[in-house]
Design a protein around this ligand. Structure first.
Ligand code: RIB
Length: 298
């Protein structure tokens, strides 16, 4: 049996506080919702848990608070087989995300980073230096970019691949881009990065010389080769009830497949398949297929 790829995620861990409602309120309006849930989230933790469910050997590098949410997140890492020895315990509160989901499954999210912004370049770089047999390091934009850049720089020195999901979008530093192998935005992040929507032309000109994927929600994804060749990846048509964490699901499963030796096209197909399952269920991590379920997919 092939050895599980070792993946480190440098990123956020948060508690998701989610309200579901038919219609979301406008400013100054009060409406009834129909369900409230607390769930495990944070883009980094979601990607880590998804990669572990798919079969990777995963290390989380980040920071959580010394509070009830932090204790639950630690417990969750243990239950999901994610190594949390490089998750710092901060004096700041654990990060939270306030999420509203409407009847179309679309969400609006407000994040309060708390402890997610309380770990530094040295902590991340040291962790990446020490993790044995490292194949891939994943980052996003819910922790300071300088921390991700420091981790990626060490990863590159070690010969590991780096994958950046620029979410939530912010202008990316040249330091971070210089050490990013794969850039994987969604279509909104692509538009913010490039200044225009994804079309055959804008996609073909995206980061020439580098590998990228642009995820397109229910339209699948497009793989952009270093030469600007485009490969469309289709996805199953499903009835979406909650898209929270679907992008993270894609990143975690893509990274696992790539680290296991799949070519990028097959890895992206696998990731689209898993992400299309996640949108049919509520929540972020709670919507991801289990390891047993993944093993039944042909
Ligand atoms: O990508 C989804 C995640 O974004 C949620 O789990 C929430 O924590 C926010 O960070």
């Amino acid at each position: 049996m092939a050895k599980a790829p070792v993946i480190a995620v440098v990123g956020s861990s948060s508690m998701d506080l989610t309200c579901y409602a038919e219609v979301l309120p406008q400013a100054g309006q009060t409406l009834y919702g129909n369900l409230f849930t607390t769930g495990f989230g944070g883009k980094g933790a979601n990607q880590a848990v998804m990669a572990a469910l798919a079969g990777a050997n995963v290390y989380m590098v980040g920071s959580i608070g010394n509070d009830l949410f932090g204790t639950s997140l630690q417990e969750n890492f243990k239950n999901q087989n994610v190594n949390s020895e490089y998750v710092k315990i901060s004096s700041l509160p654990t990060g939270v995300a306030h999420i509203w989901v409407d009847s179309q499954g679309q969400n609006r999210i407000l994040i309060v980073p708390g402890a997610n912004h309380d770990f530094d370049e040295n902590h991340a770089a040291q962790a990446i230096k020490l993790i044995p047999d490292l194949a891939i390091v994943i980052g996003q934009c819910e922790v300071p970019q300088s921390v991700t850049a420091a981790a990626f720089a060490v990863a590159k020195e070690r010969g590991a691949l780096t994958i950046l999901n620029p979410a939530p979008y912010q202008e990316l530093s040249s330091d971070l881009l210089a050490v990013t192998d794969w850039l994987i935005p969604n279509e909104i992040e692509f538009e913010e990065f490039v200044g225009s929507a994804p079309t055959a032309l804008t996609l073909a000109q995206f980061r020439n010389g580098n590998q990228s994927i642009v995820t397109l929600g229910d339209k699948g994804a497009v793989l952009v080769s270093p030469q600007g060749d485009l490969t469309n990846i289709s996805t199953n048509k499903v009835q979406a009830i909650d898209t929270t964490g679907a992008g993270d699901c894609f990143i975690g499963s893509f990274s696992y497949a790539l680290g296991s030796g799949s070519d990028p096209e097959n890895a992206a197909q696998f990731a689209c398949r898993i992400a299309s399952i996640s949108v049919t269920r509520k929540g972020a991590q709670s919507s991801y297929p289990s390891a047993a379920e993944i093993s039944t997919l042909s």
